[in-house]
Design a protein around this ligand. Structure first.
Ligand SMILES: Cc1cc2nc3c(=O)[nH]c(=O)nc-3n(C[C@H](O)[C@H](O)[C@H](O)COP(=O)(O)O)c2cc1C
Length: 337
């Protein structure tokens, strides 16, 4: 089974669903001596299979695939209806008709089919976000030679992951860009610093640790690894690299001197996520409800209609966004390793 301790550079490229992660980015991370991860979230299994084939066709054998764990709490339809009513005039201004609340069903993002795919393809590293799979999922992955990890935001969740059968944990701190991997979407994401969180997990969970959240410079990467993690996981700092599939409006906003602030918001997806502050977060963060994936589907048409408008889309960004530069991803990985 793949062991993260064997990486020649202790750097993992974060899986970034929604476009930024491409097979080319995964390959570049691997070639540079780190570990790349495909982002299977939101994708149909056939698309994930095609991305896996593209990575393998480029000669990369060691890589990961990231999967979203289905929600444990049912959707509160009244809450979704309230938020939908807030969004209707805005959507109308964009010429977008919002889906009806009754059409926003529970959606498990093809979880079972994706687990079968990981097993069939014997994916070296499988990582999970938004929750912890049951022990039988880990057993099945292990039978097929997959090393499986879970992204956690508390030491208690790291213990849950270990008890379920995880081989490693990704410890995600409060500065992370994109979604916080809280197991309960209605939880206010913990604000304990990454360094303190690593300390707690090291004390309580004897598993290899990958650490994520706001890491964007070589000094910071060294500092974090010196606390015990076998690798750092970086997302935001890769968003402007040549191989990333980041929307041009998002990539440009990361370098825009007028954008100085990130906020944690449920407004786009119904799960807490760190993004550059923009007009959408200003207007809707207070009204937003913690009802993923219904809110994610609800806002999908709005985000597609506004895809070139940095004030209308989710500009996921961690606190180190200013260090994201245009360059080959291998250079970023090499600098941080
Ligand atoms: C654009 C973007 C998309 C992300 N998508 C995912 C994802 O699909 N799965 C996941 O586990 N983490 C995802 N994350 C979170 C990363 O795994 C990681 O925790 C985060 O990028 C670390 O913080 P940093 O962005 O400051 O480096 C995403 C982050 C960003 C910036």
């Amino acid at each position: 089974m793949f062991d993260l301790r064997d990486l020649s550079r202790g750097v993992v490229a974060a899986p970034m669903a929604g476009g930024p992660t491409t097979p080319d980015l995964v390959v570049a991370a691997g070639v540079a001596g780190g570990l790349g991860q495909l982002a299977a979230g939101y994708l149909a299994p056939d698309k994930v299979r095609a991305d896996i084939a593209a990575v393998r066709a480029a000669g990369t054998e060691a890589f990961g695939v990231n999967i979203f764990v289905p929600e444990s709490q049912p959707i509160d339809r009244d809450a979704v209806a309230r938020y939908r009513a807030e969004l209707v005039p805005y959507a109308r201004g964009l010429g977008v008709t919002l889906p009806e609340v009754d059409d926003l069903g529970e959606d498990d993002d093809h979880f079972d089919a994706k687990i079968r795919l990981m097993c069939d393809e014997r994916i070296p590293v499988v990582s999970f976000a938004f929750g912890c799979p049951s022990p039988d999922v880990f057993d099945e992955l292990h039978r097929h030679g997959c090393s499986a990890g879970v992204t956690v935001t508390t030491a208690a969740d790291a213990e849950i992951a270990q008890q379920a059968g995880a081989d490693w944990v990704c410890v995600q701190g409060p500065e992370a860009g994109g979604h916080r991997s809280v197991f309960d979407r209605r939880t206010t994401p913990p604000t304990l610093s990454l360094d303190q969180l690593i300390g707690e997990v090291v004390d309580r969970v004897p598993l290899p640790i990958v650490a994520a959240g706001g890491i964007s410079t070589p000094d910071r990467a060294d500092e974090v690894r010196s606390l015990g993690p076998v690798a750092v996981q970086v997302g935001t700092v890769l968003l402007r690299t040549d191989e990333a599939g980041t929307k041009p409006a998002h990539a440009a906003a990361l370098a825009d001197p007028d954008r100085t602030e990130t906020v944690v918001t449920w407004a786009f997806s119904g799960r807490p996520a760190r993004a550059l502050r923009n007009l959408f977060t200003d207007r809707f963060s207070d009204a937003a409800v913690a009802e993923y994936p219904a809110v994610n589907t609800l806002t999908g048409g709005i985000r597609r209609a506004a895809s070139s408008d940095p004030d209308g889309i989710n500009l996921w960004a961690g606190s180190g966004f200013r260090d994201a530069v245009v360059e080959p991803a291998a250079e970023t990985i090499a600098r941080l390793g």
